[in-house]
Design a binder for this molecule. Structure first.
Ligand code: NAX
Length: 330
């Protein structure tokens, strides 16, 4: 039997956590032959609910689930974890200043970074979901210097999947036939969903999305704003923010990172910038990446037109400002 992999989910009794842990326990992240142990962290206030989640995990009798640890102690939560999915955060509520929200999240990510650094497995892979996701990941990286920077990422796969979904709806094709959209930048409304390199598999081979969607106005306007503002549209409809799609995207992110991306396909991940595409190093920025043997690499050499260049820089600028705000909270 394979050794179990230990996966931490922080904020596990929240909306996304509740949708995510059964996906992990079912083998949707690491495959149907990989046993897992779940560590779930909550606040004191969330701990009663977390006990309920543990009861449900037991009741689901998942064959791959070899252990469940629930705790409010960040050290116990981080002990020997191989993969950490950081969902815990303080969302911005009406009347809260941006700086207040940032400051509370910075203190959470600083503390959790130290615990991961000291207690997680040396090659632990980290995915930050909680907002501001890119900047929380950056703080985590700063305060966990012994974790390789390549191991610290943030979630923009939901935005990527939303972009695939919009193209699939527009062209009335299966979503699995659409690939290689890109989300550049921040997981926020300044992100740039880019279809310039995206393709659709047709009976006549791969076609460019720009060739198939003849409506440039739609691609350059409505498509972009729909993807950027999809989170808000879900809140309006559900009175709650995206949860099942966010959990599913978190699964996809880790799955592809660990298992690899199919040949010729890339995905979007928030990763530490190395200066590719003129994005200054020192930001966690969403790029197109391919993954192989547990390592991502930024897809190189894509042509960036003038319109795209502006949008890549605009979302980078927002990340530079968020970084400054985060540092002012330390
Ligand atoms: P919830 O408020 O339902 O869940 C968050 C949970 O975290 C709560 O149960 C809370 O008790 C717990 N928590 C707070 N501080 C904690 C701490 N210090 N230690 C342990 N647990 C703690 O939010 P949910 O809807 O699940 O969303 C979670 C986060 O994901 C939010 O920050 C949200 O903004 C972010 N999102 C990110 C997305 C992305 O694509 N990157 C999309 C979905 C989502 O909006």
């Amino acid at each position: 039997d394979k050794e179990p992999v230990t996966i931490l989910v922080t904020g596990a009794a929240g909306q996304i956590g509740y949708a995510l842990v059964p996906m992990i326990a079912r083998g949707m992240v690491l495959g149907p032959n990989q046993p897992v142990i779940l560590h779930m962290l909550e606040t004191e206030a969330g701990f009663e609910a977390l006990k309920g989640v543990k009861m449900e995990l037991i009741d689901a009798a998942f064959p791959l689930l070899k252990g469940v640890v629930i705790t409010t102690d960040v050290v116990e939560a981080c002990k020997d974890v191989n993969i950490a999915v950081m969902v815990a955060g303080i969302p911005r509520k009406e009347g809260m200043e941006r700086k207040d929200v940032m400051s509370r999240n910075v203190s959470i990510y600083k503390a959790q970074a130290s615990a991961l650094e000291e207690h997680a497995a040396a090659d632990c892979k980290v995915l930050v979901v909680a907002n501001p996701a890119n900047t929380n990941a950056l703080i985590l990286k700063e305060f966990a210097p012994s974790i390789p920077e390549k191991n610290i990422t943030c979630l923009t796969r939901l935005d990527h999947n939303r972009a695939l979904g919009q193209i699939s709806e527009k062209l009335n094709v299966h979503v699995s036939d659409v690939k290689n959209v890109i989300i550049w930048g921040n997981h926020s409304s300044t992100q740039y969903p880019d279809v310039n390199h995206a393709t659709v598999a047709t009976s006549n081979g791969q076609k460019n999305v720009r060739e198939l969607v003849s409506d440039d106005y739609w691609l350059n306007n409505e498509f972009i704003t729909t993807v950027q503002q999809r989170g808000g549209a879900i809140i309006k409809a559900r009175k709650l923010s995206s949860a099942l799609s966010a959990a599913s995207a978190a699964c996809d992110h880790i799955h592809d990172w660990v298992v690899g991306t199919p040949k010729g396909t890339w995905v979007s991940m928030g990763v530490y910038s190395d200066g590719s595409y003129g994005i200054q190093p020192g930001l966690i920025y969403s790029f197109p990446v391919t993954c192989d043997k547990g390592e991502w690499s930024i897809v190189q050499g894509l042509k960036i037109d003038e319109l795209s260049r502006e949008k890549l820089d605009k979302t980078a600028q927002e990340l530079i400002e968020e970084k400054a705000l985060a540092y002012s909270c330390l």
